[in-house]
Design a protein around this ligand. Structure first.
Ligand code: DAT
Ligand code: MG
Length: 138
């Protein structure tokens, strides 16, 4: 077992749809621990750093605009293999393709071309988790 920490974000669509409690419930029910949590109105600088790997892609600008459209809940989550485990709980990036039982599969809506509205973010590697936790929690 390897205890890890990951960054989870509940994106503006999740907060606006009052799904924060449901998403936190799923994280806790899986056995992960909430270590820190904050409600953040992200600015462009923070999002540019967070999504640096996607700069230049066609969805980058709409993604950043969407992430600035309302508050985000940032959560430091700890647990055994939580980086991979939360990605499993979240499901595939496109909510329509995401498997039933996942956050995106159960709760995400089809947004046509606006795939970026998919409720949650989870770090994808130990390196990403360390970098993203430093950005959002300092
Ligand atoms: P994930 O959030 O599953 O790690 P990612 O890191 O590849 O996915 O992309 C970051 C976000 O960008 C993703 O949550 C939604 C948006 N996105 C990714 N691919 C997209 C696409 N083809 N069209 C629109 N938005 C996209
Ligand atoms: Mg990603």
């Amino acid at each position: 077992m390897a205890v890890e920490e990951t960054l989870v974000l509940i994106k503006p669509d999740g907060v606006a749809r009052s799904l924060t409690g449901e998403i936190l419930r799923r994280i806790e029910a899986k056995g992960y621990s909430l270590v820190d949590i904050r409600l953040v109105q992200a600015d462009r600088d923070l999002l540019a750093a967070h999504y640096a790997e996607h700069e230049g892609k066609p969805f980058y600008e709409p993604l950043v605009e969407f992430m600035m459209s309302g508050p985000v809940v940032a959560i430091r989550v700890a647990g055994d293999r939580v980086i991979e485990g939360f990605r499993s709980l979240a499901g595939a990036t496109d909510p329509t393709s995401a498997a039933p039982g996942t956050v995106r599969g159960d709760l995400g809506r089809d947004w046509g071309l606006a795939v970026q509205q998919n409720l949650v973010h989870g770090s994808d590697s130990p390196e990403s988790a360390a970098r993203e936790l430093a950005l959002w929690f300092g």
